[in-house]
Design a protein around this ligand. Structure first.
Ligand SMILES: [Zn+2]
Length: 307
């Protein structure tokens, strides 16, 4: 009898342990599921807002862009009858005698100036909406772009941009990714992208587009776009011409491949009259002191004015 009671007790204990185990498994599973669902929901929400944006732009964006487009309201706004300075940099590092490379300290000083003086750094989507759809932007708007995709963009520029909460775009030479030590890797690009930096095309091999046949133009535009789209899981829509070189055939190829805006190296502020595929930019050289930087930043026709 005693033995049987013990058996009974043991059986009950086993049963309780089993029930507890089942509850535990169900619990863990549902917590995990909730997490999955909520992150999916977030994606759905993002997708929705992006689809809305798609329709407006009549482009075919399928993937989520990590950069949220802001709608600017209130005072001190400007419309697309006016211009916007688009700064363009390359390497953010020091090299003696190379004016294309702006040292980190100098870059930070310039970014701090933008912050201290109340500038808004626009994303390329925001710039596009301004130029193509006359969506207003703050009077003190600026676009920051970096050409080629140097590793120091991640090591030097990115921390500074994060420090000030700024948006910027890197135009990436896709054949250099994971291939050349001085250029960004796919992991670095992904980190920058997920923070909200915009990665866009600079062709596959830094191609002089005006020297290529139409077919070759199509090829480099298509391949660089597809590479980045696959890597970053977003739609690539913008490009900076290597060496600022373009021709009518290149613009036709851009349109065919689904690019909606392109940047040259012609000096000056950008406006809609230049054409959405031939926008001007403001060069920033290592040689410039803060006065020249400010002059270019605050003077929409700085090229025609004396220093
Ligand atoms: Zn370049």
């Amino acid at each position: 009898m005693e033995r049987s009671d013990n058996m009974k007790n043991k059986n009950i204990k086993d049963l309780i342990a089993l029930v507890l185990l089942i509850f535990f498994i169900i619990g863990v599973h549902s917590v995990y599921k909730t997490k999955l669902v909520s992150s999916n929901d977030q994606k759905k929400v993002d997708n929705k807002s992006n689809v809305k944006f798609d329709k407006k732009n009549q482009t075919n964006i399928k993937k989520v862009s990590p950069v949220k487009d802001r709608e600017f309201t209130g005072n001190n706004l400007k419309y697309n009858s006016e211009s916007i300075p688009i700064l363009y940099y390359h390497s953010i590092d020091y090299e003696k005698g190379n004016e294309l490379r702006v040292p980190k300290g100098k870059f930070r000083e310039q970014m701090k100036y933008l912050k201290d003086n109340g500038y808004t750094t626009l994303t390329l989507n925001e710039l596009y909406n301004f130029l193509a759809y006359n969506k207003p932007v703050p009077n003190k708007s600026v676009v920051i772009t970096l050409d080629d995709g140097y590793k120091d963009n991640y090591e030097n520029a990115f921390p500074v941009l994060k420090e000030f909460g700024f948006k910027a775009t890197v135009f990436m030479i896709t054949s250099s990714i994971n291939n050349e030590k001085d250029f960004l890797t796919s992991s670095e690009l992904k980190q920058m992208d997920s923070y909200g930096m915009d990665i866009e095309s600079h062709t596959v091999n830094h191609d002089k587009l005006d020297r290529l046949t139409y077919d070759k133009q199509i090829q480099t535009l298509k391949d660089s776009k597809e590479f980045l789209e696959k890597l970053l899981n977003k739609k690539i829509k913008y490009i900076a011409y290597p060496y600022g070189k373009w021709n009518e055939s290149a613009i036709k190829a851009l349109k065919t491949e689904g690019y909606s805006m392109a940047f040259t190296t012609a000096g000056g502020w950008a406006n809609k009259d230049q054409g959405i595929y031939t926008l001007h930019r403001v060069y920033v050289s290592e040689k410039y002191g803060m006065n020249e930087f400010k002059r270019r930043l605050t003077n929409s026709n700085y090229e025609n004015t004396n220093k």
